[in-house]
Design a binder for this molecule. Structure first.
Ligand code: TYD
Length: 199
């Protein structure tokens, strides 16, 4: 049985990850791949706690980082690993690098965040949708109340962290400040290249 393939879509709030992840799953299915959309934070027990904390004040960032890691472990055990074993292509709307970027900024301790997420395999392909913080926030402007994470200065720092992982070669950067179709066309080229020879 072929091993599966894990694609992670990353970016700051308002980068357009969800739209692109869903389009990608449809595109993969159209090409005969068994593909599945999933996301973090999940709807599982730890994801629910995280969502309930999204508008709370005085949340200890270390506690939150541990909950994101717990949610990820649960996601891997219950959803991602079993599907990978069945040979599926998984498209995850946020994954490991969301913690490496966001929680490195909130806790100020990137090494520790890496440490508590050591159990998580790197994605086979990580795509980072790059928008400026103000660009991302403009896209979110019509959405619900802002969470604690949706602050321009903060998101600009998170973006810098993501760009660090692009520099390290762990994420492939796509300019996401363009129309949906243009962004998607870059994504499919990258995915096509990564999947060459499969199926
Ligand atoms: P988001 O993808 O916006 O979920 P939803 O659309 O359901 O609100 O994620 C919610 C917030 O969680 C977002 O601001 C980023 C943050 N986040 C982290 O800080 N660390 C993580 O590891 C993950 C997965 C998300």
């Amino acid at each position: 049985m072929p091993a599966g393939f894990l694609v992670a879509l990353e970016g700051i709030d308002g980068a357009g990850k969800t739209t692109q992840a869903r389009l990608l799953v449809e595109w993969l299915r159209g090409r005969g791949f068994d593909a599945r959309y999933t996301y973090e934070p999940t709807r599982g027990p730890f994801g629910r706690i995280l969502r309930s904390m999204a508008h709370a004040r005085n949340v200890d960032p270390r506690l939150e980082a541990l909950l994101f890691a717990a949610d990820r472990l649960h996601h891997l055990i219950r959803v991602i690993n079993p599907l990978l074993e069945r040979g599926l292509i998984i498209v995850s709307d946020r994954y490991l690098h969301s913690s490496l970027a966001y929680q490195s900024v909130t806790t100020g301790d990137q090494k520790w965040v890496e440490e508590i997420n050591k159990f998580a395999r790197r994605p086979d392909l990580g795509i980072y949708l790059d928008v400026s913080a103000s660009g991302g926030l403009n896209r979110l402007a019509r959405r619900r109340k802002r969470s604690r994470f949706e602050d321009e200065g903060f998101l600009e720092r998170v973006r810098e962290k993501y760009l660090e992982y692009v520099e390290r070669g762990e994420l492939v950067k796509v300019d996401a400040g363009r129309p949906v179709d243009d962004v998607f066309s870059d994504i499919t080229s990258i995915v096509e290249e990564a999947l060459r020879g499969r199926r």
